[in-house]
Design a protein around this ligand. Structure first.
Ligand code: MG
Length: 455
């Protein structure tokens, strides 16, 4: 398959030509977890016309109770993706409907609606996602360890020997990514032991989100074939750098990147247009709220700290800030015309993260906000006094605080849209507060070590 299908007829033809025997009808819940039914290809007409039915309540947090009518996953023909390691199987990314109506709790639908509103203003959102992951193994005692026992360097980032030891795995992922037509252009050993990143080209936001869901599923499946676990969890090891999923965003109009301008004509020298700076300002103005969506788990906030892991830096943001090619900032402008948001982590639902960021950025454009001058400091060494003097605000320290910020945000309320009994934001917050509560009820080893005999 060289070009994706344009419509249902194209998809039927490709399924026939490629000898595809089975089709996954796949959708995600709030957490980005892929759920699917496997449909034999001779039922493709039924699938494309009528979708695949599921008990929504069983699938996860997708706005249903056990009493609700089935959710129906309706394939998007253009999302057809052949499993490179099992080429007689392909998946369709689906939108969820209920009784023939779009289901407003479907994250893919939420993003599609946001992109449609954006298109009415003549814009298109493009995103590149950097999905970092760890390769680990479960130990018999239930704990986890780095899959590669020799990966013990204090500064393992870009280590050629560690990459070489894992060549079998990462080169397979690379070959498959390119086979999918996404074009892998780099693979590296990341900052933590056992951590990797494999990049593919940016494209329109919906496609990148569909790809991100498939990518996580593919990498996890390939690891499982080797008896390993690939995890995108934000912080599996307390003493190591966590898994980011940095989003590189740009806005396009009539095929032109409207964030771009000649750095020589940009008084701040970053190569960002006026509208680009306004988008930055919108992200900054709403960061404390949207981070509940881009870093949506209890574990996320263990990544978003300044304190140094063994490699010396967390490479994760803790402050609301932006800067040039400076990885201590929340927002980095690594090259003219694009903004990297470093709040996003591997536990995000990419559709919701993209929607939330878009709402935040567009708020800056609508209100013509100015982000001020870029920050060039090493924010990891800034003292609290220096930070306060510079007017740099802190990001929420945990999921509970982030949900409180989200709750107050009308921008995010509008951006994520309405559901049957209110705003999606309130549904999201309700689920996330339960998650927070469950975590809070745990008594950790640290607490026992610290308090058991102190009191
Ligand atoms: Mg990285």
């Amino acid at each position: 398959m060289t070009t994706p299908p344009q419509n249902a007829d194209d998809a039927r033809q490709i399924v026939k030509d490629e000898g595809i025997e089975f089709l996954f009808a796949q959708f995600v819940d709030m957490h980005g977890k892929p759920s699917a039914k496997l449909v034999p290809a001779h039922h493709i007409d039924d699938l494309l016309n009528d979708g695949a039915g599921f008990a929504g309540f069983a699938a996860g947090d997708i706005g249903q109770g056990p009493h609700d009518p089935d959710i129906i996953a309706m394939p998007d023909p253009s999302s057809l993706t052949i499993l490179p390691w099992q080429p007689n199987v392909a998946r369709f990314a689906c939108d969820v409907t209920v009784e023939g109506e779009e289901w407003p709790y479907c994250p893919r639908t939420i993003l599609r609606h946001a992109l449609a509103r954006l298109a009415e203003q003549g814009y298109e959102l493009r995103i590149g996602a950097e999905l970092e992951y760890f390769l680990v193994r479960k130990r018999p005692d239930g704990g986890i360890e780095i899959a590669d026992p020799l990966d013990t360097l204090e500064l393992p980032c870009y280590d050629m020997r560690a990459l070489t030891r894992n060549l079998d795995f990462v080169s397979q992922v690379s070959t498959f990514v390119t086979k999918l037509g996404w074009d892998n252009y780099a693979t590296d050993h990341e900052d933590a032991n056992g951590q990797f990143e494999q990049n593919f080209q940016f494209t329109d936001a919906l496609t990148t989100c569909d790809r991100s869901v498939f990518y996580r599923y593919m990498v996890e499946s390939l690891a499982q074939q080797r008896g390993l676990i690939a995890t995108f969890m934000p912080k599996p090891f307390g003493h190591l750098t966590g898994n980011g999923c940095h989003f590189h965003v740009s806005l396009w109009k009539d095929g032109e990147n409207v964030f771009e301008r000649d750095p020589a004509e940009d008084p701040r020298g970053l190569g960002l247009s006026e509208i680009g700076y306004r988008f930055v300002a919108g992200l900054m103005a709403n960061a404390k709220a949207y981070i509940a969506v881009t870093a949506p788990t209890v574990n996320s906030y263990k990544r978003l700290v300044v304190g140094a892991p063994t490699s010396g830096a967390t490479w994760a943001p803790a402050y609301v800030s932006y800067g040039y090619n400076n990885r201590t900032q929340m927002l980095r402008v690594p090259a003219g015309g694009r903004i990297e948001d470093r709040t996003v982590d591997g536990s995000c639902n990419p559709y919701l993260a993209a929607t939330a960021m878009l709402a935040a950025g567009m708020d800056g454009i609508e209100r013509e906000l100015d982000p001020g001058d870029p920050n060039a400091a090493n924010l990891y060494t800034l003292s609290a006094e220096e930070r306060e003097k510079a007017g740099i605000e802190l990001l929420p320290a945990n999921l509970l605080d982030a949900t409180r910020e989200l709750e107050r945000s009308d921008v995010l309320r509008r951006g994520l849209g309405k559901v049957r009994d209110g705003d999606y934001v309130d549904y999201f917050i309700n689920v996330k507060r339960k998650e927070w509560q469950q975590a809070h009820e745990q008594i950790t080893q640290w607490e026992l070590d610290r308090y058991l005999q102190l009191y």
